[in-house]
Each structure stands twice: as structure tokens, then as C-alpha cells.
Design a binder for this molecule. Structure first.
Ligand code: CA
Length: 458
């Protein structure tokens, strides 16, 4: 009996969900720049938790988002596809989705959360969704067991004067439970999402879990909690330092629960830094297809498994995470799966010797338009400008003249990909009679729920 108990104890003590299926946490910042955090060279912002995370983990210096704006970037992360392939290269009538939009991530698409569920994971999303606010499109309809957050960008509220937005709702699962009405409410979002994620981790240790933490910070309008505002010179710095606090809370929670050695955490941003952020040494920022619009400050951490203090400059993207996690989670093979663009990058993340990017090409899009391609050290634009990113990360010197054969090859690759992609577009999700989740203040009856983009812009 004693021996039996001892064996049982050992089996449980070694962490039954074990290395077999690691927990996965994705921390996804909004509009943060490549140079905004210590591990990527920031001298402005104090980010001790990210510094420690990178010191214990691995920096990915050529890790891309598949789009330079919110909605499409998130569509790519969730589906492993270029956003155009799943109908979300842009919103309808705007570059991103708006309150009450009839469009959203098609429920027919296989999301990262649905993949994790198929592998037996508990799944939680805490933060900004921005893939459609109609019930059919919300996280709880797309594979997440639990959701707490805002359905779209934090600036889509009545203070956004050009548009007629309702109050900014906060949802628990699919139900509106609160409104963000003031800047002080905005300032609490980072803490609220973090607390929910921590609570979920603490409450879901019986199975492996997947936590997606897409912060509303550091998207305008910016304000952090008072303790961060007091020591910071401006709201951007304060928000970045509060995001760093959030990272610290997540890692602390994992350590305290003895989960650190069985959990991979990936930190990145949805697109390049907006006004006030630092994209240096990269050129451009949010919305652009310069490196600053799409190359993200990315750190992965998994103590004991990912080699500490290392980095990789292999070309990878958010699209690779779905197939990579699918492998790590040992998800059952899907029947009739639709093609995706991402590929397994687990060997690079885990720091295996000689692991190389599975991609010959990474394509940069702005809405529906294919703008550029990266292949190894080279980045070529549609119009034939060529940059050597290995010697010129800031895209300052066009070297097309010296390498005309490279330009020719990459322009052909762009053309071929564009043809292939346009022949295989899948439909965006659509619902009839969409309405906003909350009424616009001061408007009576059903009219108060009209989609924002159906109303006059000011
Ligand atoms: Ca964004």
C-alpha cells in the first residue's frame, strides 16, 4: 500500500499533465513598437519583468505579424492564415471592424482555441478580441471556454468623435457586464485582464490550458493606473511599464503554481508602434509595411526547455503559432482541414541546433494589397525597391541596382503568390441585421443599436 501511494505521489508530483502537453500563454500587446521594451533595446522604459523573461528565455528578432493593423493581425494569429485568405484583410467600409459590424471571423474557420480544445485544453481569452462583436463571432463561439474583455478597440467609444460609437462594453463570456466610460476605466483594463488570466490559470490546473491575453494597452487613448503614471514621464511609458507588470504577474503566478517548467509563454504585439511608441531601429510603424509596421518585439519563455538567454533571427510569424502549438498540444489530426499559411516552428522556438525557418518567403500586405516580400536577408517591394535587412535593418539603402536578379526572382514570387492566394480566398463571416452590443446613449429604440459604420461620419 505504501509503495502504491508513493508511486501515485511520484506520478502526480512529476506534473501529470506533464511535458506531454505544455500549457501555452500568448500575451499579445496592441500597437507596441519594436524598440519599446528592454530586451529590444529600449532606454526609455523600465521593463524588468520582460528583461528577466528574455534572460530566462529566447528573443525572436525576425518575428512578424501578418498585418500592420488590429483585426487582420488577430485573424492571422487565430487561423494561421494570411488575413486575406480568411476574408479579413480589412473590415467592411474601414480598415478594421467596428461596433455592430455585420462581418467577423467566419465560424467555419478552425481557430487556435478550437484546436486547443480538440486536444483537451481549457481555453481562456482575456482582453481585446476585435474579430467581430456579433454573438456568432465572439471568443466563446470560436473555441474559448471563458472570455472577459472588450470586443474591439478601446478607442471605439463616444469620445471617438468622427464615428457614432456606443459606450465601450466589457463582456464576460458573451454577456455585457460593464462599460468603459472614463479614462480611469481605461486605465484599469490592463489590471483587470491580468487578474482574470491569473484567476483562470489558478483554477485550471487539472488539464492543460491555453491563455490568450490580448491587452488593450498600448492602443490610444492611453492612461495607466496611478502607480505607473506617477513614475513615468508620459502615458505611453506608463502603459508599457504596466504591461511589463502584467507579464511579471503571469510569470509569478506560473512559478508559484509550479507550472513554469510545463508552460510556454510567448509575448508579442499585434502590429508596430503607433504615435508615441518607439519602432527604432526599424523604419515605419503601425499601418505600414516597413519593418516597423509588422516586425514585433517577441520573447518566448519555457524554463528548462527553451534555452535561456538566447535569440533567433529566423523569419517567423504569428501564423506559425497555430501549427506549432498543434504539434506541441498533440492535437488530433483534423479531417477536411482547410489550407493554412503557417508552418511548424517548434524546433526554432525550442532552440534546436541548426533549426531554420520553414519559409522561403514572408509576404507583407496592406489590406488587400500585396506590398512586399522577405526572403532570407532580402526584402523586395512590389515596385522593385530592394533592401538587405541583414546589413540595413532600417531599410535606408535601396540596393536593387546591384542585385537585379534578386529583384526579378522576388517579384516573380510575389506574383505567383498573389495569383495562388486570390484563387483560394475564403468568405468572411457575415450576419444579417447586425446590431451593437449596447445602445448609443441618447438614442431611442432599435435605432440606438445601428452598426456604427452604417451611420454618418462626422
Ligand atoms: Ca493594433
Amino acid at each position: 500500500m505504501k509503495i502504491f501511494l508513493l508511486i501515485l505521489f511520484l506520478a502526480v508530483g512529476s506534473g501529470a499533465p506533464g511535458k506531454e502537453k505544455p500549457n501555452i500563454v500568448v500575451i499579445f500587446i496592441d500597437d507596441m513598437g519594436y524598440g519599446d521594451i528592454g530586451p529590444f533595446g529600449s532606454q526609455l522604459n523600465d521593463t524588468p519583468h520582460l528583461d528577466r523573461m528574455a534572460g530566462e528565455g529566447r528573443k525572436l528578432t525576425s518575428f512578424y505579424s501578418a498585418a500592420p493593423v488590429c483585426t487582420s493581425a488577430r485573424a492571422a494569429l487565430m487561423t494561421g492564415c494570411y488575413p486575406g485568405r480568411v476574408g479579413l484583410a480589412k473590415g467592411s467600409g474601414h480598415i478594421v471592424l467596428f461596433p455592430g459590424d455585420p462581418h467577423g471571423l467566419n465560424p467555419e474557420e478552425w481557430t487556435m482555441a478550437e484546436m486547443f480544445k480538440s486536444a483537451g485544453y481549457a481555453t481562456g481569452c482575456f482582453g481585446k478580441w476585435h474579430l467581430g462583436d456579433q454573438p456568432e463571432f465572439l471568443p466563446t463561439a470560436q473555441g474559448f471556454d471563458a472570455y472577459f474583455g472588450i470586443p474591439y478597440s478601446n478607442d471605439m467609444w463616444p469620445a471617438l468623435r468622427r464615428f457614432q460609437c456606443p459606450d465601450l462594453p466589457v463582456l464576460r463570456d458573451a454577456k455585457v457586464v460593464d462599460l468603459v466610460k472614463t479614462m480611469d476605466d481605461q486605465a484599469r483594463l490592463c489590471q483587470r485582464f491580468t487578474d482574470e488570466a491569473v484567476k483562470f490559470i489558478r483554477g485550471n490546473q487539472q488539464k492543460p490550458f491555453f491563455v490568450y491575453l490580448p491587452h488593450a494597452f498600448v492602443h490610444h487613448p492611453r492612461l495607466a493606473r496611478p502607480q505607473f503614471m506617477e513614475k513615468a514621464a508620459n502615458t505611453t511609458k506608463a502603459q508599457i511599464e504596466e504591461v511589463d507588470w502584467s507579464v511579471g504577474e503571469i510569470l509569478k503566478c506560473l512559478r508559484e503554481a509550479n507550472l513554469a517548467e510545463n508552460t510556454m509563454v510567448l509575448f508579442t504585439s499585434d502590429n508596430g508602434g503607433a504615435r508615441g511608441c518607439v519602432n527604432a531601429p526599424l523604419r515605419g510603424g503601425k499601418g505600414s509595411v516597413w519593418e516597423g509596421g509588422m516586425r514585433e518585439p517577441t520573447v518566448v519563455w519555457w524554463p528548462g526547455t527553451i534555452p535561456a538567454g538566447t535569440s533567433s533571427d529566423e523569419v517567423m510569424s504569428t501564423m506559425d503559432l497555430l501549427p506549432t502549438f498543434e504539434k506541441m498540444a498533440k492535437a488530433p489530426r483534423r479531417k477536411n482541414s482547410l489550407p493554412i499559411d503557417g508552418k511548424d516552428i517548434s524546433e526554432i522556438l525550442l532552440g534546436w541546433d541548426g533549426a531554420r525557418s520553414p519559409h522561403e518567403y514572408f509576404f507583407y500586405h496592406q489590406a488587400d494589397n500585396l506590398r512586399a516580400v522577405r526572403s532570407g536577408r532580402w526584402k523586395c517591394f512590389q515596385d522593385g525597391r530592394l533592401y538587405d535587412l541583414e546589413s540595413d535593418i532600417g531599410e535606408k539603402r535601396d540596393v536593387a541596382q546591384q542585385h537585379s536578379e534578386v529583384v526579378k526572382r522576388l517579384q516573380r514570387a510575389m506574383k505567383d503568390f498573389d495569383v495562388e492566394m486570390k484563387a483560394a480566398l475564403r468568405p468572411v463571416g457575415f450576419v444579417k441585421d447586425s446590431r451593437t452590443l449596447v445602445p448609443r446613449a441618447g438614442v431611442e429604440g432599435e435605432e440606438a443599436y445601428l452598426p456604427t459604420l452604417s451611420l454618418k461620419r462626422k
